[in-house]
Design a protein around this ligand. Structure first.
Ligand SMILES: Nc1nc2c(ncn2[C@@H]2O[C@H](COP(=O)(O)OP(=O)(O)OP(=O)(O)O)[C@@H](O)[C@H]2O)c(=O)[nH]1
Ligand SMILES: [Mg+2]
Length: 296
């Protein structure tokens, strides 16, 4: 008898900064999603695919849950909603702490039994072993989760167990994507995300939250050399000054770090030209949002 093939979509949701993108990257084995110490690093849903003889898991990394303050925030929350709608399984990723009142409220929003829900207590590497069982127990009491697991996305702890249980929970389906494909995002989008991650890493205050990246040119000049021209868009001229830095030092640092990572990702030499431009109130402007990839 042929073995059952299972496949489906798994949404990774949770609060900002809990480690959702780190988890996606570790599961897929490739850095697809930007990771930083700052909350709200992820804006797009990023899909990552794991193919095995017994099935295919399509993971959707989402922005963290937060109260939207502008159109960009609304769009990010809408992205989570859309990801959840089409899911066969949900990972709710939480910090290694007992549930608080907000978590209780969120648990109430996940309809009982509608879509299987795994509760993943991440960052357990920060919790001493004797304190882990009571933590698992506190979360088990909150909701009839299909699974409650403690994991470490950074160290890979318990992720093989998670993957096993995931394949068991997926419905019988043929594969959605060809073997060997790790993401359906195009190279341009991922390159934009790599640059944006470096802006998040190397700037402080409100600058990362006011920034977006627009890829203006992406050309293969010769075998093995790609020329990329990108604008980092900010909301105010004062932010532009910070981003450029003294004598252009800041934007140079961002560009160098981004170029090295883009070269690794594309497996080619990259000539990266970055410039900074002010686009007043882009986060509130539907046209600008669309052009920057946050529309539709
Ligand atoms: N110690 C520890 N740190 C972790 C773990 N997982 C993630 N982190 C760190 O937590 C920070 C946030 O990780 P991200 O993966 O960007 O978190 P996120 O949930 O995608 O955040 P948003 O996209 O902003 O919603 C980074 O500094 C990670 O290195 C873990 O298992 N253990
Ligand atoms: Mg993220």
């Amino acid at each position: 008898m042929p073995r059952t093939f299972r496949s489906g979509f798994i949404s990774i949701v949770g609060r900002p900064n809990v480690g959702k993108s780190t988890l996606l990257n570790h599961l897929v084995g490739e850095k697809l999603a930007g990771v930083s110490r700052k909350p709200q690093t992820t804006r797009h849903v990023i899909r990552g695919i794991v193919s095995r003889p017994e099935g295919q898991a399509v993971f959707l990394d989402t922005p963290g849950f937060h109260e939207p303050h502008d159109r960009l925030g609304d769009w990010m929350m809408g992205e989570i909603g859309k990801a959840l709608e089409g899911s066969d399984l949900i990972y709710w990723v939480v910090f290694p702490e007992p549930p608080d009142t907000l978590d209780q409220e969120l648990a109430g929003k996940f309809q009982k039994g509608a879509i299987p829900l795994f509760l993943l207590i991440n960052q357990v590497d920060r919790v001493v072993k004797p304190k882990r069982p009571p933590l698992l127990e506190a979360w088990r009491k909150l909701h009839p989760f299909r699974e409650v697991l403690s994991i470490s996305a950074v160290h890979g702890e318990n992720l093989s167990v998670l993957v096993e249980k995931t394949f068991q929970a997926l419905p019988e389906n043929p594969a959605y994507f060809d073997d060997g494909i790790l993401t359906d995002q195009n190279e341009r989008t991922i390159v934009g995300e790599i640059i944006r991650e470096k802006v998040f890493r190397f700037t402080g205050e409100e600058v990362p939250y006011s920034s977006a990246v627009e890829i203006e040119e992406f050309k293969e000049k010769s075998a093995g050399l790609v020329v990329i021209k990108a604008a980092v868009v900010v909301e105010k001229d004062s932010q532009k000054v910070i981003l450029i830095g003294k004598g252009g030092a800041k934007i140079k640092q961002i560009g160098q770090a981004a170029r090295l990572e883009i070269e690794r990702f594309l497996g080619k030499k990259v000539f990266l030209e970055l410039w900074v431009k002010t686009l007043k109130n882009w986060k509130k402007d539907p046209e600008a949002l669309k052009r920057l990839g946050y529309g539709g």
